[in-house]
Design a protein around this ligand. Structure first.
Ligand SMILES: [Ca+2]
Ligand SMILES: [Ca+2]
Length: 425
């Protein structure tokens, strides 16, 4: 009785069922990627690399939505330290002035060594730490510099500058402190390079005036306290292990930006960010994507592949700002796509059939040929154009699901499920 009731209710029951996941509504996906659960469980969804030290870790759906992911990315990472017990490594004196930076072997907050600075200039003429090695991360990331210092002689304050030899963009001045070791720390946002492209920031010690002064420094440390997180792997939830991955750091899309979880999906830069898969486009395929675009008027694909004979299978937005399904050697286009708002696209190509739906409305439904792409795997965030990526998406991708079958009968149920999650239409 139970089985026959289910059968009699059929598709209508599925449409109205609360709490079903996409892969419960329509099982047997060829590949399925999201930051939410498409299975109903708590699957592993991403492997993330943090920019501070290139540490990497896997996260499940709950790990992404809880603070586990951002806590990992923002873990304090010591980028540099020196207690001056054996050397003055990391500190370089600018030449041409009379300033001195040497290791003092009979004083120190820790042990018996420290860095001795004899400063005669208030300019950026003495740079003590080559921070171009240590602070190159992108705008908005937070660093903390700390050290112990004590004044030995002279009347000039010690000035810690963050910048370059030619210009300091942020600085803090320390008063003469009575010859005692005092801990100083400065937390700053690395936003100096905005627009100028110069992120090779150094830390420079100088005197506050041109009067001669001697300071000693010990236990110097640079810690990065927030970071950026990039997606190395977007795990396939279909069970087919068609994980989407990117080994090249510069081409990995972003999931944590300056310490904060990106909202609305994974952020693709529109330049070279792609996640590669080994999934060859099926002849009969359903392509589903949730994405937003930051810029208009160029072809930018959620996923796609095309072989050297121009046979293709792809889903995205074209240069006329409408949704597009590529199949065989043609395209199907549909509803308007505006920038910076989520869209759900649902495309089908099968033998004798093509369909494109945008935000729950079928915008195109015609005869057509299936894809005959036989050798190029889909990439996410662009078109795999016979082995070379182009048509990069500048924006965010939240979800990509591929079926090797026509899922038109489940279209409304899947779109409804997606809309319940993302509130798109
Ligand atoms: Ca020391
Ligand atoms: Ca990039």
């Amino acid at each position: 009785m139970h089985i026959s009731l289910d059968s009699a209710l059929g598709r209508q029951r599925r449409l109205n069922s609360v709490g079903e996941s996409v892969l419960q509504i329509a099982p047997n996906a060829a590949a399925a990627y999201s930051l939410r659960s498409l299975t109903g469980g708590d699957p592993k969804v991403v492997r993330v690399r943090r920019s501070s030290d290139n540490g990497e870790s896997d996260f499940t759906v709950s790990g992404v939505s809880s603070s586990a992911l951002t806590s990992f990315v923002n873990e304090d990472v010591e980028l540099f330290s020196n207690n001056f017990e054996t050397n003055t490594s990391g500190f370089t004196l600018n030449t041409g002035g009379s300033n001195v930076a040497v290791r003092n072997t009979s004083d120190g907050f820790s042990g018996s060594g420290c860095l001795q600075l004899n400063l005669t200039s208030s300019s950026n003429s003495i740079n003590t730490v080559k921070t171009d090695t240590y602070m190159k991360d992108t705008d908005g990331v937070i660093y903390t510099v700390s050290f112990y210092a004590k004044a030995i002689s002279g009347s000039a304050n010690l000035v810690l500058k963050i910048g370059t030899e030619s210009s300091s963009l942020q600085q803090i001045s320390f008063s003469e402190n009575g010859g005692e070791w005092v801990k100083y720390s400065l937390t700053f946002v690395n936003n100096f390079g905005a627009g100028g492209g110069n992120r090779n920031q150094r830390i420079l010690f100088a005197a506050s005036t041109n009067n001669t002064t001697e300071w000693r420094i010990d236990d110097f440390q640079i810690v990065q306290t927030t970071s950026n997180g990039f997606v190395e792997t977007w795990y396939d939830q279909s069970g087919n292990s068609k994980n989407a991955a990117q080994a090249t750091a510069g081409s990995q899309p972003k999931i944590v930006s300056a310490g904060a979880l990106v909202t609305g999906g994974i952020d693709f830069d529109g330049t070279n960010d792609v996640l590669e898969t080994s999934l060859i486009p099926p002849n009969a395929a359903t392509l589903i994507g949730v994405a937003s675009w930051d810029t208009a008027s160029s072809t930018q694909l959620i996923l796609g592949a095309r072989d050297s004979t121009d046979k293709r299978s792809y889903l995205g937005r074209n240069s006329s700002n409408v949704s597009v399904l590529g199949n065989s050697n043609g395209t199907l286009t549909g509803g308007s796509i505006s920038v910076e708002t989520n869209f759900v696209l649902f495309g089908v190509h099968d033998v004798g059939k093509r369909l494109l739906s945008t935000n729950g409305t079928v915008v195109s439904n015609t005869d057509g040929g299936a894809s005959n792409n036989t050798n190029q795997g889909y990439i996410i965030g662009a078109l795999n154009n016979a082995g070379t990526a182009n048509s990069f998406l500048n924006g965010k991708i939240a979800e990509v699901i591929v079926y090797a079958s026509d899922q038109s009968d489940n279209r409304v149920a899947i779109e409804t499920n997606i809309n319940s999650q993302y509130s798109i239409f």
